[in-house]
Design a protein around this ligand. Structure first.
Ligand code: GLN
Length: 450
């Protein structure tokens, strides 16, 4: 614990943590030492973990990177965090993220941006940017983030660590601040596939507090990663290595990995996804719609911040939400309210739901022929702070490879795949995707690439 506390202090410029629970962790560590001595310690005894500032941990602040929750304290501990604690993990602090998990660079945080440890002039990715950089810089052993459209995998790729988005419903969302409820997944970030497998195994499974969580049995993921691999049919997204929109270093790194997989005896073939160009519009229509509904609860009455300048009820709502939310969150609430409005509902929301169904069917067809779908995690490596802040559409385009898994609810993992040629070199990520509830296969293949 002291080692990590010292490192967090020494690397404060990375702005990875928004809150550190130093005294509490030291006390916990002493208790766990005793448990270790008498043989009653849990499976995560002493594992030092950071949690993204969207996960509820009783009697600790919870701000979702937003001013609107400035004074809010969590009333209960969410299921995933509860299960980590039950196995004697140590929660060292809360990690910086984009406001309400909306963003790809961590620059939408009310706490200021986190920075990439490979080059502090670069973004760490987002929205779980603080969580990824904390693992990258050795400020904790693992982090727990959330992934609605790539927020675990994309920062993992930018920071050169492993990030897993499980199947939708694999881990209970109880205690996760809602962004887009039919997309949101909690997911671990760590240095190794082994560690994410163990964390998944502990956090996954049925939970009476989340009606969308699956009752499918939880796999022995931590053992599966050590099973011998067998020859597989691997599809790769042609767009991922042919398109000019993908940086050359990323295309090269992906090609090299494909060659390695062929050499290891797998069958590797290109595929096209016919609906690819509709992915981002579908994702941004549906997630903003859900966000506009989910964020209506922040009304200045029930949680956190209330504007002192209001004169009546309506102006209190307006002022509290205008001052409390940042620009990107306001943009998405407006967009979501628009696509749900009576005159546009069918043209946008209903149509996007239909496209979502078609994508699910296309993926079912694809995975009736292939075991794994592979692509780069991102079209670029980490960009400069500020570089895309004036152009939200440019920023949204960076989500092209990650949002598919959330649109269809499939599990996907990002693993490090070398570095580009910049000085200092920036990490590249490779993404693997498999059908729902096949995390054992997903993690076994990911492990073979380490
Ligand atoms: N960058 C995507 C967005 O802004 C993904 C965010 C996420 O996964 N939470 O919506």
């Amino acid at each position: 614990v002291d080692h990590y506390l010292n490192r967090i202090a020494a690397q404060a410029h990375l702005n990875a943590f928004t809150d550190v629970y130093a005294d509490e962790c030291r006390t916990q560590a002493v208790l766990i030492d005793q448990k270790l001595a008498n043989g009653t310690a849990g499976r995560l005894a002493g594992m030092v973990i950071g949690i993204k500032d969207v996960l509820s941990y009783k009697e600790h602040g919870l701000r979702a990177g937003s001013h609107i929750l400035d004074t809010f304290t969590a009333q209960f501990t969410g299921t995933a965090v509860e299960r980590l604690l039950a196995e004697d993990a140590i929660i060292i602090g809360r990690q910086n993220c984009d406001e309400f998990a909306m963003g790809s660079s961590n620059e939408n945080s009310a706490f200021g941006p986190a920075r990439n440890a490979a080059n502090p002039d670069r973004v760490p990715g987002g929205s779980s940017g603080g969580s990824a950089v904390a693992v990258q810089a050795g400020l904790c052993l693992a982090s727990i983030g959330s992934d609605t459209g790539g927020s675990v995998r994309q920062p993992a790729a930018f920071c050169g660590v492993v990030g897993l988005k499980p199947t939708y419903g694999r881990i209970s969302r109880w205690g996760l601040v809602a962004y887009a409820s039919s997309f949101d997944c909690i997911g671990p970030i760590a240095n190794t596939v082994d560690d994410v497998a163990l964390l998944l195994e502990i956090m996954a499974g049925p939970d009476e507090f989340d009606s969308t969580v699956s009752t499918q049995p939880v796999g022995a993921y931590s053992q599966a990663v050590h099973a011998p691999g067998k020859p597989l049919k691997i599809a790769y997204l042609r767009e991922g290595i042919d398109s000019d929109g993908v940086e050359p270093a990323i295309r090269d790194a992906t090609r090299q990995t494909l060659d390695q997989l062929r050499a290891a005896g797998h069958q590797v073939e290109p595929v096209d996804i016919s609906l690819l160009k509709y992915l981002l519009p579908t994702y941004y229509i549906l997630t903003t719609a859900e966000a506009s509904s989910n964020l209506s609860r922040f009304d200045g009455v029930r949680y956190g911040y209330r504007s002192p300048d209001s004169t009546d009820l309506i102006s209190m709502y307006k002022r509290s939400r205008t001052d409390g939310f940042g620009a990107e969150v306001r943009r998405r609430i407006l967009l979501g309210t628009f696509v749900l409005s009576a005159s546009y509902y069918d043209a946008y929301y209903t149509k996007a739901q239909r496209v979502r169904r078609l994508m699910q069917q296309e993926m079912e067809r694809l995975f009736s022929q292939y075991d794994v779908l592979l692509s780069p995690t991102t079209p670029t490596t980490a960009y400069r702070l500020g570089e895309k802040m004036d152009d939200p559409l440019q920023m949204y385009l960076g989500d092209i490879f990650t949002v598919l898994a959330n649109v269809v609810g499939y599990p996907a993992v990002s693993v490090p795949n070398g570095h580009d040629g910049s000085e200092p070199p920036l990490p590249i990520g490779l993404q693997l995707m498999t059908p729902p509830f096949s995390e054992e296969r997903l993690l076994t293949v990911a492990q073979s690439l380490q």
